[in-house]
Design a protein around this ligand. Structure first.
Ligand code: FAD
Length: 315
């Protein structure tokens, strides 16, 4: 079922999750036990991230060597398992960066054959590797272009023309940034980019994580003023380690409120998990009271903190 149908039918705002495929060489069993654990919350859908090849530098006896590696393949396989073993709608992330339009079309065809109805269309970050384009292959530059490609497939228009081509029926989501995307010159321009993504066919927005709800509520107002009417699902992450105070702003370009960073900074190591859980639970409670259509938790590969948040949540 489509994410938008889940949202429309839900009697109360549903809870969804985002998980990450295993590293190359790891076993799938860990992710399956993670999904089993998350099943207790009856998620209508689970997102699975996608990861392109990237440049890595490795120390070898012959000196430092540059390699191009895809560290986390497996999005397709994990989606299929979630969809068919656990009967939860899988939402694979589909990327511009690292994939040609032709590879994306093939990926979407596989998804359709697997009965997967949803995708989150994302540009992806620059990982230092730009795949060369050969033999007339093409790429999507921005998420808007990728969404346009998927929308065309939804109309039966593939990259090459086929007679009586079967239209796909993907429900497409896109990303939004309450504190603006780090490359955007200002929030107004970034909001316009979301408008373009919705015009291209995105049917809902999932936000980057934020730790101050005022950012989300202001962002919803800005998008509504710009004419965006689709659901805007808040993305939440639980801080569980002191190291998160540095790594999260650096990686995700979001601010951590001073009261939270002070509390974590001054806490004993064993108390940090509870501080993070309480903060996110408070955020989740306020978001529900403020009319959020769903809550989307960035779980990645460990559900313990998110389980603790949801255990104490009044819905
Ligand atoms: P876009 O919407 O294309 O925007 C990227 C930047 O370009 C913005 O600054 C925007 O303002 C600007 N822009 C957009 N259109 C134009 C235009 N026409 N002209 C000029 N500038 C323009 N990354 C992964 O690698 N894998 C994942 O699975 C993944 N999942 C994510 C899930 C969510 C919910 C979120 C919020 C992020 C996720 N990311 C993921 C990170 C994402 O790839 C990065 O944030 C990326 O830098 C931007 O992706 P986007 O789809 O928002 O890009």
């Amino acid at each position: 079922m489509k994410v938008t149908e889940h949202l429309a039918r839900a009697k109360k705002p549903p809870i969804s999750f985002e998980i990450i495929p295993p590293k190359r060489g790891d076993h799938v069993k860990d992710i399956l036990s993670l999904v089993k654990d998350l099943q207790q919350h009856q998620p209508p859908f689970i997102d699975i991230t996608s990861h392109p090849a990237e440049v890595v530098y490795e120390e070898t006896p012959d000196g430092i060597q540059r390699h191009v590696k895809r560290k986390r393949p497996g999005t397709l396989g994990v989606c299929s398992l979630i969809q068919h073993k656990y009967n939860i709608d899988a939402v694979p992330h589909v990327l511009c960066n690292g994939f040609t339009q032709q590879e994306t079309e093939d990926f979407l065809i596989e998804l359709r054959y697997l009965g997967i109805d949803n995708v989150l269309a994302i540009r992806g970050d620059d990982k230092g590797y730009r795949k060369p384009l050969r033999d007339g292959r093409t790429r999507n530059t921005y998420a808007r272009d990728l969404i346009a490609q998927i929308s065309k497939m939804n109309q039966g228009k593939y990259l090459d023309e086929y007679l009586d081509a079967a239209p796909t029926e993907f429900c497409v989501g896109c990303a939004g940034y309450p504190e603006k995307h780090f490359e955007a010159p200002n929030i107004e321009t970034d909001v316009r980019r979301v408008v373009e993504k919705v015009e291209a066919g995105a049917e809902y927005v999932v936000t980057q994580m934020f730790f101050e709800n005022a950012h989300y509520f202001r962002y919803v107002e800005q998008l509504r003023e710009a004419g965006v009417t689709v659901p805007i699902i808040p993305g939440l992450k639980v801080l569980t380690r002191r190291g998160h105070l540095r790594s999260i702003p650096r990686t995700f370009h979001c601010e951590i409120p001073q009261s939270l960073s002070d509390e974590i900074d001054g806490a004993r190591k064993q108390d940090i998990f509870d501080i993070g859980v309480q903060w996110t639970r408070q955020q989740a409670q306020e978001l529900l009271a403020g009319g959020a259509p769903a809550l989307h938790f960035y779980v990645m590969s460990d559900a313990s903190a998110v389980n603790a948040v949801i255990a104490g949540l009044e819905r």
